[in-house]
Design a protein around this ligand. Structure first.
Ligand SMILES: [Zn+2]
Length: 157
């Protein structure tokens, strides 16, 4: 009885954390840029926040075109010691402002597949996956989408 109750509240705590890190399913600690198609990796997602214990101190960046899961699509990770959009002590731009990566846009402005790819990274970086009882895979905690969209099963190069 007590044990079951404990397990339940541990899960509630995890869910609360997921809600903080993914309010309304939107990753909180990312900055997203769109260069309008100047380069093939049009969209850039910079993962911010304190996850560096997971990556050996490196900060991850994902560059992609509008179809990162397509066989001819582009989705490239890189990792950096600093924030690529805030180099040399500069501030990163606000939404609607520019830096060398393009104009900063909202996460929701990304094409759907780009959101999915970024969400997949984000859930890895912040340990936000949990076992799904029905499909045997993993989904972001609190996620209520279709199992066929299981982001964990999709790996981009
Ligand atoms: Zn599932």
């Amino acid at each position: 009885m007590h044990k079951a109750h404990k397990a339940k509240s541990a899960h509630a705590g995890k869910l609360a954390r997921a809600t903080r890190l993914l309010p309304n399913g939107i990753p909180r600690w990312v900055r997203v840029y769109d260069n309008g198609g100047e380069t093939i990796d049009r969209y850039t997602v910079v993962y911010t926040g304190r996850y560096a214990q997971k990556t050996g101190g490196e900060h991850w960046v994902l560059g992609m075109n509008g179809a990162p899961y397509h066989p001819q699509g582009v989705g490239m990770h890189s990792s950096h010691t600093g924030m690529v959009d805030a180099l040399g002590g500069k501030w990163s731009p606000k939404i609607g402002r520019k830096c060398h990566l393009g104009v900063r846009v909202r996460f929701e402005d990304l094409p759907e597949d780009c959101q999915r790819a970024a969400l997949s990274d984000y859930c890895y970086l912040w340990d936000l996956y949990e076992d799904c009882g029905s499909c045997g895979g993993y989904h972001p905690m609190g996620w209520d989408g279709d199992c066929r969209d299981n982001v964990h099963s999709l790996v981009i190069g």
